[in-house]
Design a protein. Structure first.
Length: 159
């Protein structure tokens, strides 16, 4: 199984990078795991709505160009359905039973994801109605993917 996180921007602090590396190491027992970063579009301090929409579209094109072929696409969207850890594990298991062996989770930039990225999805996922910094969201997603594999394999990590 292949699992990727395609995300806008780079991690800035070493502790976020180290946390993602730790989960990548743990995930290597279950899948081929990668984090694919695409450039964030630069905007002025007070962008217009047109500038924001243009940036979202450009980032969306970068994201779509980097998604591994034949991946089930799972964009992280605040307006999407929330799932429990068990629910995510069940969804990933069901998708794999139905023939999906490659998953691409998508984390957009600070202004969100393009409609095109959202519409390319197998299903959309929300972690919370709360807003998190993108760096923290990436670490949280790594952890939840790891937790999903632990649940699917009946291991003790999940409580």
């Amino acid at each position: 199984m292949n699992v990727s996180i395609v995300c806008v921007g780079k991690l800035k602090e070493k502790y976020w990078t180290e946390a993602c590396k730790e989960y990548a190491k743990r995930l290597s027992a279950f899948c081929s795991f990668s984090i694919i970063e695409v450039d964030e579009e630069r905007l002025p301090e007070s962008p217009s709505q047109a500038q924001i929409e243009n940036a979202i579209e450009k980032e969306g094109q970068r994201i779509l160009s980097r998604i591994p072929k034949n991946s089930c696409i799972i964009p992280m969207c605040i307006e999407a359905r929330q799932k429990s850890s068990e629910g995510l594990a069940k969804e990933l298991h069901q998708l794999s039973v139905n023939g999906c062996s490659s998953f691409a989770f998508i984390i957009g930039g600070s202004w969100g994801l393009s409609r095109e990225v959202k519409n390319s999805a197998g299903f959309r996922l929300s972690m919370s109605e709360m807003t998190f910094p993108h760096q923290l969201a990436r670490v949280m997603l790594c952890e939840q993917i790891y937790r999903a594999f632990m649940i699917m394999t009946g291991r003790k990590y999940h409580k």
